[in-house]
Design a protein around this ligand. Sequence first.
Ligand code: PLP
Length: 426
Amino acid sequence: MKTYQEMSKEELTQELTALKAEYEKIKGMGLALDMSRGKPGADQLDLSMGMLDVLDSKTALKSENGTDLRNYGVLDGIPEAKKLIADVIGTKPENVIIYGNSSLNIMYDQVARAEMFGICGNTPWCKLDKVKFLCPVPGYDRHFAITETFGIEMINIPMTENGPDMDLVEKYVNNDETVKGIWCVPKYSNPQGVVYSDETVRRFAALKPAAADFRIFWDNAYVVHHLYKEDQAQILDILEECKKAGNPDMVFEFCSTSKVSFPGSGIAAIASSETNIADIKKRLTIQTIGHDKINQLRHVKFFKNVDGIKAHMEKQADLIRPKFELVEKIFSDELASRGIGTWMHPLGGYFISFEAPEGCAKEIVSKCKEAGVVLTGAGSPFPYKKDPKDSVIRIAPTYPSLAELEQAANVFVVVVRMVAAEKFLA
Ligand code: PLP
């Protein structure tokens, strides 16, 4: 098969004519398919239904230290839930605070508190003329929405296959005291599926920030979300590495069971140094008397321990792996072979980050929508929704059924070919 780069103008024109006819036919089919949000499919959620049976009116709602979980109290989580989450992210229970049902909520709180009160006695960010965050791109749209909401200036940092470009990160963090944070998804990043290498993690830990209140926002959202049993990424424990490097307070680590149990009804947590945990608790105690301890117990009783979570995630992987493989096969056969699309092969997480020829992403998303296939907005994985190359499209394969996904992916490849052919001919 010839690539678009190899085709003559006549060949490309012929190709475009045929694709336009195919596209019109697809439009007539009245499809309604969605590859936009990273949500588990109903079959994945079914695997957690047993969680609703582990407690009933006869269960003693007590934590292992005797606390009555039906009542007020326990600001930082019941001990057994702290242990469970600490084991999942590879840290110690004393470094963990269990919150409510959403890690994004905690991230928002961390930024809001830094703005209003300052971190560990430093000047509140709202009193500074300028506050900047580094944003590895492509990244998670909701991270960027938080910093945008607070008027924080966002700086794009290109991703490599080993994590963010660390030369740039070091240049900014070590020299500019207005740089106060960086968003990171260190394992199976959203959307590319990048896993930070040991060298990247060590370079993060060894940063010498110009700002005393610079923090790494380490969102370990996909820590147990492997697709393959035999090829599971491990990353270094950032808290431990920072401690070793003499930067014990530089990290806020986040995680949740949103895509382990039930999104919106899971448990979420922050892990950090003793000093940061004390600083957070000082404010948190004004915000709440405590989070949902009964849900924490439900999670512990259902999963039992970290091995229970790992076994559960293997069952989820069995359901979603065929979806990732199907999309990658269709993209390989129809797009990569024609030289009009690249992506990183993800070994975990929830997304495939498709890179179309430059200047095509917006048009592809809009043409797919017209044909009944909803994709994440072009530009979404970038601060201010601006993709400088107009190239990245985030594909979320988990929610549709395999049959729907096949249809959607087949529409997508026709649209990519059509838009690319038009672009090449222009
Ligand atoms: N962090 C990342 C990187 C995500 O992709 C998502 C959801 O897609 C979240 C956080 C949301 O987590 P939660 O449901 O715990 O708020």
